[in-house]
Design a protein around this ligand. Sequence first.
Ligand SMILES: C[S@@+](CC[C@H](N)C(=O)[O-])C[C@H]1O[C@@H](n2cnc3c(N)ncnc32)[C@H](O)[C@@H]1O
Length: 289
Amino acid sequence: MTEPTNKHLHEANRQSWNEATAAHNSHKVDQAGFLRDGGSTLFPEEVELLGDVAGKRLAHLQCNAGQDTLSLAKLGADAVGVDISDVAIDFAKRLSEESGIPAAFHRADVYDWLDAARDANERFDIVFCSYGAICWLSDLDRWAAGIHDNLVPGGRFVTVDLHPVSMMFNERFELTYPYFGEAKAIKWDDGIQDYVAAAGEALAPSGYQEGVRDFNNPHPVYEFQWDIGASLTALLSAGLRIDQYREYPYCNAAKLFDHMREVPGRRMYPPEGTPSIPLMYGVEAAKPG
Ligand SMILES: C[S@@+](CC[C@H](N)C(=O)[O-])C[C@H]1O[C@@H](n2cnc3c(N)ncnc32)[C@H](O)[C@@H]1O
C-alpha cells in the first residue's frame, strides 16, 4: 500500500478534528433519540442528488460522527462511514448502537481506506461525501482514482460541499483569500473552530444545548483550497462521467460570515444587499457501466 501524500498533515488534522468533534457534539441534544424517532440530518440537496439509496451499498467518506451515515442507513442504505478522527468514529459507533440503526464505521485516513477497500474488492454502488470534505484532501487525483476503483460499473459518486468561492471571504464578508489554492496546504493556527456553537440550532437539528464554552483548539489544521476545475478534472481524469454539476446561492446551516440571512430550511445567504455568489455546489458522477 502506498503512503498517502502529506500524511503528516492528515495526522495533524486528525488531532484538531478530535478536539473539535467533542466540542461540536457537546451542543447537540439526544442525537440517538432524534434519529430513532424519525429525525434526519440530511439536507434536500444531497437527498435529491443521491436518489433512492434503499438496498444500495454506500461508502460515506469523511463521515465525522456518523449522523448523516445513519440518516442514510435509515433510508435503507447498507452504509459504511470512514473518518480519520478517533473521537468522531467512537461517537458514530456509539450513536449507531444507541439509536439501533446499523452501519459500519472505520477510523482511517481516507486514502488508506480507499486503497484497502479496493484491494479487498469491496465495491460500492454509491460513494458519498459532503459539507467540508474536499478541502482536507491533499491529493485530488489519488482521491478520485480511489473513488473510481471502489465503485461498481454504473456506480455513482455524489457530493454536496461548500463552494471554494465561499472560502475567499473572511468572517466580515470581505474578499480576502485567493480562489486558486495551487495545491498548497494552508495552515490555520487556531484549528477547527466550534462552528456548531456559532450556528446554534441550524447545525443541531436534534436541539441545541450550551455544552462546551469558549472552545479553543490547541491543534492547527492544514487545509486545501481546490478550485472547481481541479475537483471536476480529477473526477473526469479518473474515468468518471460528470452527470450533474449544480451551484447554489446559499449554504446549508453554516454561518460562514457575519450577518448571513437565514431563510426557512436552514439556508444561509450572504448579507442583505450583496450580489449572489455560489456558496455551495453539488456533483453527481458515474463510473461508466
Ligand atoms: C466537516 S467534516 C465532514 C462532516 C460530514 N459531512 C458529516 O457528515 O458530518 C470533515 C471531516 O473530514 C475528516 N477528515 C479530514 N481529513 C481526513 C482524512 N485524510 N481522512 C479521513 N477523514 C478526514 C475530519 O475528521 C472530519 O470529520
